[in-house]
Design a protein around this ligand. Structure first.
Ligand SMILES: Nc1ncnc2c1ncn2[C@@H]1O[C@H](COP(=O)(O)OP(=O)(O)OP(=O)(O)O)[C@@H](O)[C@H]1O
Ligand SMILES: NC(=O)c1ccc[n+]([C@@H]2O[C@H](COP(=O)(O)O)[C@@H](O)[C@H]2O)c1
Ligand SMILES: [Zn+2]
Length: 269
């Protein structure tokens, strides 16, 4: 397939990134290789979107520090970027809304770059969306506009089953309008999970499961624990991130008590 015929994709990873680890960065590389290996996609951009402080997760340090670390971690990447739109919002933003925000941004970029009459384009897109209603195809029907896909680990996919954590409508919107690229994680079985869910099974063509053969169980929880114990975290995180954490003494027994009594924002909806 000629490169101009391939679908452009933007990958959006939402998460705490508390702190960002090498595995978060690997997720992007694995996903890009997987999608491009199908011969159908060109991945043009990756976005790291740290969750806002109102998310209320235990041990979460301020968004300002998490964004700075994510920027340090991605400074050598020519395609992974960090965007602080989500964490600048006053309230926690459900992931479906974050996707909507970036989807709108992609469309407005398309309109800026394009001299075709905006009204006509919107009308055509609406028509195409109506034609595609009920099918597992992505919301971006214009060939030039990149498709936006949610990039996540299998634990996030499996969290769709946690009562009251996700709205069914949001899950449906994510899998039908955008699509998911899901990286396997130790202890998770995303294929089985998809098979057991009627909703996910219906949209299975929009869920790309990427098997990571080099099982790498780096987790931010493990990193924070090691830091509290004064143990080295070098080579689990990019060096500039390790230095930033040390200079600011970011993760301590006290920071781990942040939000200890707080109910996670999605449960408050
Ligand atoms: N080792 C890993 N393998 C696959 N996916 C991962 C891995 N670590 C993180 N992710 C994914 O990265 C995204 C952001 O995750 P998050 O910020 O929660 O990191 P985490 O390491 O899971 O942190 P925590 O331990 O605090 O939950 C999520 O989609 C998560 O599933
Ligand atoms: N209903 C929802 O939209 C919903 C629920 C739970 C988590 N999330 C998101 O998933 C990510 C999960 O991050 P953690 O794994 O660090 O908790 C965050 O970006 C969070 O906002 C979204
Ligand atoms: Zn996590």
């Amino acid at each position: 397939m000629a490169s101009q015929e391939k679908t452009k994709v933007v990958l959006l990873a939402c998460g705490s990134f508390n702190p960002i680890t090498n595995m978060h960065l690997r997720m992007f590389e694995l996903a890009r290789d997987h999608l491009e290996d199908t011969g159908r996609y060109t991945v043009v951009k990756g976005i790291v979107s740290p969750v806002g402080d109102p998310y209320g997760k235990k041990g979460l340090v301020t968004a300002c520090g998490r964004v700075t670390m994510a920027r340090l971690a991605t400074e050598n990447s020519d395609w992974i970027t960090v965007d602080d739109w989500e964490c600048q919002q006053i309230e926690w933003v459900p992931t479906a809304k974050v996707l909507w925000h970036y989807h709108e941004e992609l469309i407005s970029n398309e309109n800026i770059n394009d001299d075709v009459d905006k009204g006509k384009r919107r009308k055509r897109r609406k028509l195409e969306q109506n034609e595609n209603a009920g099918q597992s195809s992505c919301i971006n029907t214009n060939a030039d506009t990149p498709q936006l896909k949610l990039l996540c680990g299998a634990d996030v996919l499996e969290s769709f089953d946690v009562p009251s954590l996700w709205k069914t409508d949001d899950i449906e919107e994510i899998v039908s309008h955008y699509g998911i690229v899901c990286i396997t994680r130790f202890g998770c079985d995303p294929e089985k999970f998809i098979n057991q869910s009627d909703l996910l099974y219906k949209h299975r063509k929009n869920i790309h499961v990427v098997r990571e053969w080099v099982i790498n169980e780096i987790s931010a929880t493990h990193v924070r624990r090691s830091l509290r114990r004064g143990q080295s975290v070098r080579y689990l995180l990019p060096d500039p991130v390790v230095n930033y954490i040390q200079e600011n003494n970011l993760y301590t027994a006290e920071s781990e008590r942040n939000n200890a009594d707080q109910v996670l924002a999605p449960f408050q909806r």
